[in-house]
Design a protein around this ligand. Structure first.
Ligand code: TRP
Length: 346
């Protein structure tokens, strides 16, 4: 087996503003991973346009997500931070992978079925090919690990299938060009953390989502302290006191969610939270959660505002990140062209 040096890649779509689910479920872990890994974080604007986006809103959202990444602690010097559309190799490798992936594989993708809904004939071809572009994002950098939510697991499996088929289909050329027995790694998903799934504040059985019509269902990364406090206070609960054991959260989705949010923000386990608050009424627990949430989120919020006041500086940072991403992507793409048998400039 060829060996690949560890590299993390992940991305988020620039659609609407980010919320607590994005922060606890993704960004917080991305920030931590910088300590131990070589990391590349992408604003996947080409994925965003698989469904219609108002161009002015899209531009704003790209800058906003970039600001959120940095405000949360992603260091653009240490990691590579860029927006996908500035590195044309994503589209190029995506095309090669369109020719590697099989229709049967894509037909099984549950997210396409959900997103396309009943009116499938009217979905864009890009939405159907979305997971193939995602495989290109990851494999362009030969990333070995991808921190993602549970909902992206199937796309990661497809990424592995594509890598494997490419490695097999071109085994002779891969060896002949000096890449050993595999050109692409079989990328591992990294799923987990105490708050990997943050649920709606209005309904503990539904994921916290940017598309929920009620703004009280989520805490946005742009919410100020008063708004955060109001939303936590209004969050749905049940009439019982908090249990002292995790088992006691079973069948109590709203309680489970608030305890998970506390644990995620405080960087402790749910059991730790219950050891402290077991037997407490929600009123008391919520007051503590408000303090914690405001304490953790308002500095991020303030930093986002500061960054967004200078969009030109954000754009400069993205250009710089794209230059560094492109340096890696250019090498991979040239090697892919050789392996596939294309003629290219030297
Ligand atoms: N599909 C991912 C999501 O919606 C976003 C994404 C695009 C991504 N390309 C990626 C995530 C590559 C990780 C790696 O969350």
């Amino acid at each position: 087996m060829a060996s690949f040096s560890p590299r993390v890649f992940s991305g988020m779509q620039p659609t609407h503003t980010l919320h607590l689910g994005n922060y606890l479920g993704a960004l917080k872990r991305w920030v931590q991973m910088q300590e131990s890994h070589d990391c590349i974080y992408c604003v996947v604007d080409m994925h965003a346009v698989t469904v219609w986006q108002d161009p002015a809103d899209l531009t704003r959202a790209i800058r906003e997500v970039t600001a959120a990444y940095m405000a949360a602690g992603i260091d653009p010097k240490r990691s590579i931070l860029f927006n996908q559309s500035q590195v044309s190799q994503h589209a190029e490798l995506g095309w090669i992978f369109n020719c590697v992936a099989r229709l049967g594989w894509l037909n099984r993708m549950t997210q396409f079925k959900e997103k396309a809904g009943k009116d499938r004939e009217n979905a864009s071809v890009g939405l159907y090919g979305y997971p193939v572009l995602m495989a290109a994002d990851i494999l362009l950098y030969k990333a070995t690990a991808v921190p993602v939510g549970e909902d992206q697991k199937q796309h990661l499996e497809l990424t592995r299938d594509i890598a494997q088929k490419f490695n097999t289909d071109f085994a002779a050329q891969i060896a002949a060009h000096g890449h050993g027995d595999s050109f692409f790694p079989l990328t591992e998903p990294m799923i987990g953390g105490p708050a990997a799934r943050v649920m709606s504040l209005r309904d503990g059985t539904k994921k916290m989502s940017k598309s929920d019509p009620s703004d009280y269902s989520r805490i946005n990364m742009t919410d100020d302290a008063d708004t955060i406090a109001q939303k936590v206070r209004k969050a749905k609960t049940d009439p019982d006191a908090l249990p002292s054991e995790e088992k006691g959260l079973e069948g109590r989705p709203e309680a489970d969610n608030l305890v998970g949010i506390y644990a995620g923000l405080a960087d402790i386990s749910k059991q730790d939270v219950l050891t402290r608050f077991g037997g407490a009424q929600f009123s008391g627990f919520k007051a503590a959660l408000v303090d914690l949430a405001v304490d953790k989120l308002s500095p991020i919020n303030g930093e986002m505002k500061r960054l967004l006041a200078d969009p030109a500086e954000i754009d400069r940072l993205l250009v710089d990140g794209a230059d560094r991403a492109r340096a890696i992507a250019t090498t991979t793409m040239a090697e892919v062209k050789d392996i596939v048998g294309f003629v290219r400039a030297r």
